[in-house]
Design a protein around this ligand. Structure first.
Ligand code: SAH
Length: 249
């Protein structure tokens, strides 16, 4: 792999939690880093690989005060300009609802050298831990990834949920827990059957993983009753039924 030079920022995907899902590039970068700026989703197990680095927790946390993106960008740029090897470590993959784009563009504008180390996203690898394949030939041959809220924390009004329901055999939702009732209503109003299987996978790939099997109609009530909460991935579609045979965790 290329040398991690002083003054560079590496944007690294940490995967959904299980440190075994880190890439070799990620592990090498964490070992070589002077400073690791990580978000709230990165697991303690993953951070152990950065034992020699200063750890800085800067990330978005749903519903709580969190650092503003310009503040994060400025910190990355300042650390790089101080001549340090900087890892920006993000849960899952940096470009899957991870604001990796904003950070890379800020580095580009500042003239800071960077590289990207992709990671395993929760909406694919995390679901696999629950025995849910995001595609499979005969059941769900297509998949759509969506976020359940926009940057304001509201559910995205701009989304045509009826079109989403028709678009793919499997709908994978990130950050959807607070709006599941509303989203399910809109999908059913758009034509998806009330008994469409829904799986909610909380803290996927970690020892705290919990899975709730429900349906579109019952999702919001079952989530409330089960106490299952963020971070969780929601998958909607018949592919969830394969879990009955394919769950291995
Ligand atoms: N870049 C990340 C996603 C960031 S958005 C990725 O590629 O996975 C944050 C959302 O990701 C959470 O609200 C949740 O929906 C999902 N998420 C991240 N890690 C998760 C995990 N271990 N288990 C379940 N959901 C997870």
């Amino acid at each position: 792999m290329s040398e991690f030079a002083k003054g560079e920022v590496w944007l690294v995907g940490a995967g959904p939690g299980d440190a075994g899902l880190l890439t070799l590039h990620a592990v090498e970068a964490l070992r070589a880093a002077d400073v690791v700026v990580h978000d709230a989703l990165v697991s303690a197990e993953v951070l152990e690989y950065a034992a020699g680095a200063e750890l800085v927790h800067l990330g978005k946390r749903g519903g709580q005060p969190s650092p503003k993106q310009p503040e994060i960008n400025a910190r990355l740029i300042a650390e790089a300009r101080a001549g340090r090897r900087v890892v920006r470590l993000k849960g899952g993959d940096p470009f899957m609802f991870g604001r990796g784009t904003e950070e890379v563009l800020a580095l580009v504008a500042a003239g800071v050298r960077f590289r990207v180390v992709p990671g395993i996203t929760a909406g694919i690898g995390g679901l696999a831990y629950a025995g849910i394949p995001v595609t499979s030939r005969d059941v769900n041959s297509s998949v759509i990834f969506l976020t359940g809220h926009d940057h304001t924390g509201l559910s995205p009004e701009g989304i045509d949920w009826a079109a989403v329901g028709r678009a793919a055999g499997m709908i994978v939702l990130y950050m959807a827990m607070r709006h599941m009732g509303e989203i399910a209503e809109k999908l059913m109003a758009g034509g998806l059957a009330a008994d469409t299987p829904v799986a909610v996978v909380m803290r996927a790939s970690t020892p705290q993983m919990r899975v709730l099997d429900t349906t579109l109609e019952k999702a919001a009530a079952d989530i409330a009753e089960s106490g299952i909460g963020a971070p969780a991935i929601v998958s909607i579609g018949r592919g969830n039924l394969l879990r009955a045979q394919m769950a291995w965790g």
